[in-house]
Design a protein around this ligand. Sequence first.
Ligand code: PEP
Ligand code: MN
Length: 333
Amino acid sequence: MKAILFASDATPLQIAAVKRALMTDGAAGITPLEGDRAVFLVSDPADEIRLEAYSSMPGVEGVMRHEDKNLRVAHDTPPVDIESGIEGLTMIAGPCGIESEEQVSTVYEHLAKEGLRFVRGGAFKPRTSPHDFQGQGKSGLVMSYEIARDYGLQLVSEVVDPRDVEVAARYISMIQIGTRNMQNYPLLKEAGRSGLPVLLKRGMSATVEEWIGAAEHTLVAGAATVIFCERGIRTFESITRNTLDVLGAAALKEKTKLPVIIDPSHAAGRRSLVVQGALAGLAAGLDGTIVEVHHDPASARSDAAQALPLADFTRLMQLARNVRAAIHEVYVY
Ligand code: PEP
Ligand code: MN
């Protein structure tokens, strides 16, 4: 990564001239940083841009190479418009998969009453077995989009094929990248190009650094922002479906101002542990949660064992508010 630091009195015209020169020279991406003076981070994977040529341009104070490859993750400002359900948090809930009009409207009506703004529902389901429910694809997306819209809600949904991003982006407000695809770089780039916020699940065997790299790809490609989501990782332990790495997620927050949320459902694998996981994340200072809920969990066509009934979600919201009030900025050192 290369960086160009402008003088504090650089004019907009001088800055624009540098930007034009970088684009002519073939910069793959130019990221302006917020701050008391202008800085451009320049992505130049082909290493064709000679920084020295820029140091003498009017308005430029200095040029440098940055060792840190993940500057967007490190410096992007937190998004302001993803609050959902609880002040300062992003609470997301909904069924694992979109199944029927009755299911979606019953669940979304309840979630709208809880004050949520974002709801989930999978239309393209990545399943371990090809014989299991694969989701309803585009028709499911359209149906849940329309129901969500009628309740004033916005849809978060997973895309697994880069070719589906463009159509899906018409109906969803936040693209979910699933754990199995965290390092699917063509998909990350296509999701980024949509310009939507991307909810990026941690790969089940990915380190936090690899997760950061995946987010950087998405941001450089054009994503409005990234919401990191810890959903449990593979360990030797099998008593839960995955091992919820709460401190890994908290450690990530030391490296980024972007939101980090918890998905306790896929970590727990059963509903008796979902609330604890969500609250543990909030108690650790994380920024919200995404939880699977169903009006009739026994009938859910995917992830039935971990679906929370609606009343339990209401209880979770009450407890989450209490935890939020109790921790109150304890984690700023
Ligand atoms: C999901 O959210 O339903 C899902 C498949 O999640 P993950 O990618 O975390 O397994
Ligand atoms: Mn699921």
